[in-house]
Design a protein around this ligand. Structure first.
Ligand SMILES: *Cc1c(COP(=O)(O)O)cnc(C)c1O
Length: 232
């Protein structure tokens, strides 16, 4: 089987899962957008995915993402940065990313805005919310108690557009329970930020639970591209 056929199969199966999950949740299928997470896979795969109709790709490591976005600049794709953001890399990320999904602290705001300004356009941002159980140390994402403060910071920063929330279900818990928490957090958040409707949640292993909880964007890697190399 050629790589194009492999990717076409993975993509078809993933789109079918999304459609089935939307049907189960009583939602129209065009409610949910697919971002294909291409981390650890070569630019040649990104090119094939674009041929297969993929419009949005996700990356989580700055250097790799920067190189691939540059290699694939002719494809007109939307690049989502979904990884941990280092302070000294934030401006550089904002120069090629179209969406930063993993904003989790206020110190990044002026840096992201500077990178966006250098590229001459506003940067879409999602706030990554920690779904760690209460009392945990919230390693990835902002503590839900600090979410509204962070949102206020984004709104007050020229050059950034607040679009919604992103989350990853923590290990060791049913994804459905974690995504139900996210749905409640989002309901509260939308009262203050009604335009920020994006809910990016759900990956290869749990996209059905995320769609059931209201996800508008799923981020799928291995179900489309195969398993990532274990040595990173
Ligand atoms: C890698 C990654 C994904 C995709 O994971 P798969 O299990 O391969 O679908 C989604 N979201 C984030 C934040 C990731 O880092």
């Amino acid at each position: 089987m050629s790589r194009l056929e492999e990717l076409s199969d993975g993509l078809g199966a993933t789109r079918a899962r999304i459609a089935a999950a939307c049907a189960d949740a009583g939602r129209p299928v065009d409610d949910v957008s697919l971002t294909v997470v291409t981390k650890f896979f070569p630019a040649s795969d990104v090119r094939l995915l674009a041929r297969l109709g993929v419009t949005d790709v996700g990356e989580n490591r700055h250097q790799e993402a920067e190189r691939k976005a540059d290699d694939c600049a002719d494809l007109g794709l939307r690049w989502h940065f979904i990884g941990g953001l280092q302070k000294n890399k934030a401006a550089a990320v904002a120069r090629y990313a179209d969406v930063v999904e993993s904003l989790d602290r206020p110190e990044l705001l002026p840096r992201l805005a500077r990178g966006a300004a250098e590229r001459g356009r506003a940067l879409d941002v999602l706030l990554q919310v920690s779904l760690d159980p209460p009392g945990a140390d919230h390693r990835s994402g902002v503590d839900p108690d600090h979410l509204l403060d962070l949102a206020t910071g984004v709104v007050g920063q020229d050059g950034l557009a607040l679009c919604g929330l992103m989350a990853v279900a923590p290990l060791g818990e049913e994804p459905a329970a974690a995504f139900a928490r996210l749905a409640r957090i989002r309901e509260r958040f939308l009262v203050d930020h009604p335009e920020a409707t994006v809910m990016s949640a759900g990956m290869s292993g749990d996209l059905e639970a995320a769609i059931d909880a209201g996800a508008t964007h799923v981020r799928v890697g291995s179900a489309v591209l195969g398993s990532r190399p274990s040595v990173q």
